[in-house]
Design a protein around this ligand. Sequence first.
Ligand code: ZN
Length: 246
Amino acid sequence: MKLTPEVYLVGGGDYSFNLSHRLDCHVYVVKSGDEMAMIDAGFDGPEEIIQNIKDDGLDPAKITRIFITHYHADHTGALARMKRLLGAEVYAGVEAAPAIRTADAEQIGLKWAQQFKFYPPEFVWEPTPVAHEFKDGDKFAVGSLEIEAILTNGHCNGHYCLLLRGGTRSYLFSSDMVFWGGTIILQNVADSNVQEYAKSMNKVLTYEFDALLPGHSCISLRNGRRHVQRAANAFNQIGLPDNLRL
Ligand SMILES: [Zn+2]
């Protein structure tokens, strides 16, 4: 699904638009000329996602990098297979890379979530080589575009938003930090943290961007900062933003 001249939405499940496997997060493709990069890999639908890319008239073979926003299984479950199918390299945050390399299902809360069947109990997370570890403030060129990694702890440890500049507008890929309407995903897990979450929300507001492209649910192609502002307002007045309904 072509969103703008440089961004395509190619995957997403029940908490998205059901373009691919029901547990997939939003999977995006960024394109500039002949260069393409993927943002997140989804849970278990790589073949369908690649078909969606072809149906959009794009050549999946031109995707050379997969950027991972954080290690949760709905963003990384399909990563090993996606990497093999595309022949792409994986770029992940320095905090998440060890768990991705070793498929540490305990660390990312996957085992726990399988116990109550949020994820299928039979699912096995596959270890995936990470070619490059990024940290806060690192920048990458995709053709004439630039992606900047912004460390945003709170939803989980080592969560990154990715800021895309240089196209028809600027974009914040907010992943699971903030969603349409200023909702968040604060979870009852060891590495989800309210104070870190509030800090990250205010940190992101120091950046300028037009579009908010989250990891699930609705998208704003313009005026996207209003959603972040709304979440920050709730945090900054003692309270909590609403949680996204899953
Ligand atoms: Zn998540």
